[in-house]
Design a binder for this molecule. Sequence first.
Ligand code: FES
Length: 85
Amino acid sequence: MTRITVCMGSSCFARGNNRNLELILEYLQKRGLKGKVDIKGALCEGRCNQGPNIVVDGTVYSDVKPVSVVALLDHHFASAGPDRS
Ligand code: FES
């Protein structure tokens, strides 16, 4: 089970995580990955100046722009392999 945590603190949210969250949900839906991913929001983690921040399986991705979030997920799921559960 992949774990994605999206910072929903006001800074990250306003700077892109509002859109990033929508794009992630869309991505998981389109690829049938919804049951394999535990996605949740987080409160501000004190790294606002590096935001928007997203954590995927313990790896912190900073400055995640909506234009790059799909590539980030592609990269993660490609390296995780199709059968990972
Ligand atoms: S709002 Fe995301 S780290 Fe502060």
